[in-house]
Design a protein around this ligand. Structure first.
Ligand SMILES: Nc1ncnc2c1ncn2[C@@H]1O[C@H](COP(=O)(O)OP(=O)(O)OP(=O)(O)O)[C@@H](O)[C@H]1O
Ligand SMILES: CC(C)(CO)[C@@H](O)C(=O)[O-]
Ligand code: BAL
Length: 307
């Protein structure tokens, strides 16, 4: 169980990957924000099965947070993360202190490492002014509450792809819209990377694993179980043909979450590929996607099915 090689410098990361590819090996890549759990590890293992070597990254990207979000309290656990990555067979982990050029306002390295108010404006526009946006797919769902989010994600993922130069990159379907957005970005911009979406890993009681679960109070940790329960019930009703009207499925899930003590951000029933709203799920590859707040912690979950 060798520890992954820790690489903090972009040029060194690129050299590592190029050398392996020169040797004829394929490189699988798992981008993360750290505080790793079984969901992340399932991506590392899938990458190991599909590629010759696996690189992960750990970087809490300030540009996908707005100033009122949880950048400053985002959980971190470097030593434990390295142990888990070693166990999963990860060969290298890219952990940059900063990924944006430092600006004259002190953003950049300081912003990435120590800033307590995260945010797009942590990056000095004089020092960094190039952004990647997937226009329509990045609207709706999570973007309603986090309008800055996908531009930050697409930009940092593009930077990571250029640094790591992987053959394939692995994303979890817990962040379903993110996976679809990145798949689209790679297709539209002709990036030669296979984007692989992997199933959601859940706790024994059904809660989707998420680094942010660590921020929940014990009471909210109990309350939020109703998210996955409501989604499973709606999926069952849709597949059985008992309920196919999107509005009814939406109402059932939203009511169950609210009754369970969550504050619903959104519940949407959409086409799983286009993420456009559907009126009826019959005959359709559908997705019911949820975001809900428990205190300040915002959790997301979803279920996809063909009814
Ligand atoms: N439960 C899960 N099952 C499968 N993949 C997951 C799961 N949770 C996260 N991932 C995937 O791991 C990758 C890195 O995600 P990230 O580091 O943001 O973890 P996270 O648990 O989603 O964190 P957060 O709590 O901030 O949403 C993403 O592709 C994400 O979809
Ligand atoms: C893809 C990602 C690593 C970009 O910062 C992040 O959004 C995540 O962990 O899902
Ligand atoms: N898992 C996606 C990262 C975020 O919510 O900021």
């Amino acid at each position: 169980m060798a520890s992954p090689q820790v690489i903090r410098d972009a040029a060194a990361m690129r050299a590592w990957s190029r050398e392996l590819r020169r040797q004829g090996k394929t490189v699988g890549f798992v981008p993360t924000m750290g505080y790793l759990h079984e969901g992340h590890i399932s991506l590392v293992k899938a990458a190991g099965e599909q590629c010759d070597v696996v690189a992960a990254s750990i970087y809490v990207n300030p540009t996908q947070f707005s100033a009122n979000e949880d950048f400053g309290v985002y959980p971190r656990s470097e030593a434990e993360d390295l142990r888990k990555l070693a166990e999963a067979g990860c060969a290298a982990v890219f952990m940059p202190a900063a990924l944006y050029h430092p600006g004259s306002n002190g953003s950049g390295s300081a912003a990435n490492a120590a800033m307590v108010v995260g945010a797009s404006d942590a990056v000095d526009p004089e020092a960094h002014e190039t952004w990647v946006s997937v226009e329509r797919l990045s609207q709706g769902l999570c973007a309603k509450t986090r309008p800055h989010f996908f531009r930050g994600v697409c930009t940092v993922v593009t930077k990571l792809f250029h640094i790591v130069e992987p053959d394939a990159a692995f994303f979890g379907k817990k962040d379903y819209q993110q996976w679809r957005v990145i798949q689209r970005m790679v297709r539209d911009l002709d990036m030669a990377i296979d984007v692989v979406g992997m199933p959601i890993c859940r706790e024994a009681d059904g809660l989707a694993m998420s680094s942010r679960n660590a921020l929940l109070t014990p009471e909210d940790r109990q309350r939020c179980i109703c998210i996955s329960q409501a989604l499973a019930a709606a999926c069952e009703a849709a597949v059985a043909g008992t309920t196919s009207a999107a509005a009814e499925l939406q109402r059932q899930v939203a009511d169950a979450i609210a009754a369970g003590g969550g504050r619903v951000d959104y519940v949407e029933v959409v086409d799983a590929r286009t993420l456009r709203p559907v009126e009826d799920v019959k005959g359709c590859e559908a997705l019911i996607a949820v975001a809900a707040f428990y205190g300040k912690v915002r959790l997301i979950d979803n279920v996809d099915f063909t009814a």
